[in-house]
Write a protein that binds this ligand. Sequence first.
Ligand SMILES: Nc1ncnc2c1ncn2[C@@H]1O[C@H](COP(=O)(O)OP(=O)(O)O)[C@@H](O)[C@H]1O
Ligand SMILES: [Mg+2]
Length: 267
Amino acid sequence: MKQRSYLALEDITVEFPTRGGTFCALDTINLSIDKGQFVALIGHSGCGKSTLLNAVAGLVKPTRGVIFLDGDVVDAPGPDRAVVFQDHSLLPWLTVEENVRLAVDKTSAGKSKGERKDWVMHNLDLVQMGHAAAKRPGELSGGMKQRVGIARAIAMNPRVLLMDEPFGALDALTRAALQDVVMELQARLNNTVLMITHDVDEAVLLADRVVMMTNGPAARIGEDRAVNIARPRNRLEAIDTADYADARHAVIHFLHERYRNPASLAA
Ligand SMILES: Nc1ncnc2c1ncn2[C@@H]1O[C@H](COP(=O)(O)OP(=O)(O)O)[C@@H](O)[C@H]1O
Ligand SMILES: [Mg+2]
């Protein structure tokens, strides 16, 4: 029997019906991710990154192909695949603590009220938001809201953490602070992560592998490059390594070539 990776996308094709006919977004994507691996998915706007992530989340049904997670077929959304979106999607009428609590309640049957509260606070502390537990989303900055979104996702103890441009709406410095939070979490928890970004530095800094997608329609995986910077990572050390520079160079070249000449992708 073929040995499957922890997360395996096998021959995933996604087509959408449109008024003008069928639109093929993803064409026969194969992607294998090991347990504990952090994969960044990068590609030009509209290439199909969110479609791919949503297929793993169970929000988009592939036209063909199968997705396996730890041996189980993925065919619907589930708490084992927590998603962090660009828009934090917190409920504005609940406090920070209650927002996280809502997710924890879904995934902690058998735990007492006190245990759940402790778990919520533990996860808020991991993203340095314990101090804001009683605040409502409207009282928080964009970066703080994304921290809570991350706390909510990891509090569910997901098998895979999915992030769709989680820092896309933040200014550069806040974004860097959030990347540092993600690096710290990765050092502590070693989650399996699939993260979409269009930021080359973010991809190289955070990921063990950068998967580069070709432009759509019928997007495919163009290149798949390992980033061999030792973990745990620290921004200032990472950016001075040879592999940081090499990986960055490779990704920028890929994106630039593909942008100028999408036809060069055929093959
Ligand atoms: N529900 C849908 N119906 C029709 N076309 C869609 C749908 N969702 C996405 N698409 C199209 O699929 C392509 C990929 O979209 P998306 O995955 O959102 O790209 P990205 O996240 O890389 O910017 C785009 O051309 C988009 O217009
Ligand atoms: Mg998208």
